[in-house]
Design a binder for this molecule. Sequence first.
Ligand code: KIV
Length: 284
Amino acid sequence: MAIKNTVTTLFEMKERGEKISQLTCYDYTTACLIEKAGINTVLVGDSLGMTMQGYDTTLPVTMEEMIVYGRSVVRGCPSAFVIMDMPFMSYQCSVDEAVRNAGRLIKETNANAVKLEGGATVVEQIRAISGAGIPVCAHIGMTPQSVNAFGGFKVQGKGEENARKVFEDAIAVCEAGAFMCVLECIPPKLASLISSKVNMITIGIGASSNCDGQVLVYQDMLGMSQKIAPKFAKVFANVGDIMVQAFKDYDEEVKNMTYPAECHTYVKSDCDDEFLAKLVNESK
Ligand code: KIV
């Protein structure tokens, strides 16, 4: 029986200086494989708008869509700690709406925590959601839901003024009750400062190894993405190329009839010729 990763076990890992692994996931089959690999935490990211739905940004993703993907992931993750992303406009309008939507994500998927983007501007939401007993992962630095405000997916926290803003955001979300915080696309020294001075688990993406853990979008790390991957996205295995080759081989074998072969058919349970002839006669 798998032992569940929890807020407590994850904090214990931080205290021991043991790094925490996190991957995004959006479906049951991949969740089972990620679970089998022993990854500590899984993020059902709103990046699914781009990786699973083909949009250019995460902005169109809805609560209903998050719930459908999230449920499938949770069923495949008996031990990984599952975090549900709160989609664009599910928490920005009011604190009440944020708590209601965070509650829905937990009740309807059985996940373990929610994640929302933003620093000082969302502290009331973080306070209220964690006050309702739902662990909150914050997300600061490059926050993809603000792509239009940033003018693109750009590195944040560069220069003294911007570094101060990101650091103050980290302190603000921690004081509001966030137990974990994604640091996206910020410089290494700033990531190190936040990870050492702030009492929450930092998960880096494009933020160096100076964080308590790392997250990657699984299609990026498996070389499955057809778009230009960001600099930080190391390809650990070219699964995309393997899939394309397998699809090509299948296409060829279907067309030249080498697939299905006898070993793929139910020869033993087949009817005899006499019976089949009788069937034809009966249908006349
Ligand atoms: O939506 C997502 O997948 C994310 C990660 C990239 C951190 O926010």
